[in-house]
Design a protein around this ligand. Sequence first.
Ligand code: ATP
Length: 317
Amino acid sequence: MRHYSLNAPAKINLYLEIIGARADGYHELAMILQSINLADQIDLHAANTQTIRVFCDHPQVPTDESNLAHRAAVLMASNFPTAFSNFGGVDITVKKRIPVAAGLAGGSTNAAAVLVGIDLLWGLGLTQSQLEELGAKLGSDVPFCIGGGTAIATGRGEQLSPLPSLNNMYLVLAKYKSLAVSTPWAYQTYREQFGAEYIKNHQDFTQRTKAVHAAEIVQAIAVQDVEVISHKLHNDLEKVVLPAYPQVLQLRELFAKQPEVLGTMMSGSGPSVFAIVESKQDAETVKEKITVAINDSDLELFVTQTIGHGIQLETRH
Ligand code: ATP
């Protein structure tokens, strides 16, 4: 029985700007996405029947057709019906290590791993851009999760411009286990509160995204200047999520007060918050200090690192 095991890393947002509302109902965004070495493990087993099944060890993750990994397999089956009928179905096992509904693209990276894994399982030989095109049908973050590393993402988040890889930047990541933020809620609330400030003319979207390509943080990434990157972190969604989640605001403020912390920001639609530090030792120190200061078993803290890749094949049998 063929079996592939894939590593599916989470992402953080070093930058998230909401530019305006698009005619298709989505927001026009300019983001800088960064892969980190906090990852789920996705195992794909060829099944004898024409079925797609998902198994997951996390109670908050559905295993039915709504699971993004399941949707990715269905998309592959409908795009490649001959391969599906020749090779049969697939059993997908998700070992969850990435916190769920945290702004870390957990579901998206699982979907990306399934696209890459089924391509291998069925011997389709798709290119990265073909996989990204399929990924965009599943969610805006899926194309990035395939190749990972460091990239500017514009449009809905699916248009990618790779940046020089920002490897080995140390981070402390924190998330309250019991808190989950709905991404649609965060964007809708932002639109209600700040929609009046949106760029209205769609032609001007391009001008604004061009400006982001030239932003100071992008230049700092090019020369791996961790200090400037840390000072130029930005996330528009903090304006709606932090006031609604005082615990997250408190965490964010506590991170900012630590002398070892170079910069701190909420990732995506939250509620996870990360802090950039200079070394692994500083990361361990900050983790310890925050653990003691907050003293709540509901708070999960991770020492993690930026990496230069997305989905990776670990083993094949
Ligand atoms: P993003 O940063 O892309 O907005 P997120 O990290 O905030 O995503 P996810 O962890 O992807 O959020 O989970 C969002 C919701 O999607 C969860 O509440 C869960 O019910 C559902 N979900 C569906 N498939 C998955 C999956 N494979 N892994 C995690 N959650 C999934």
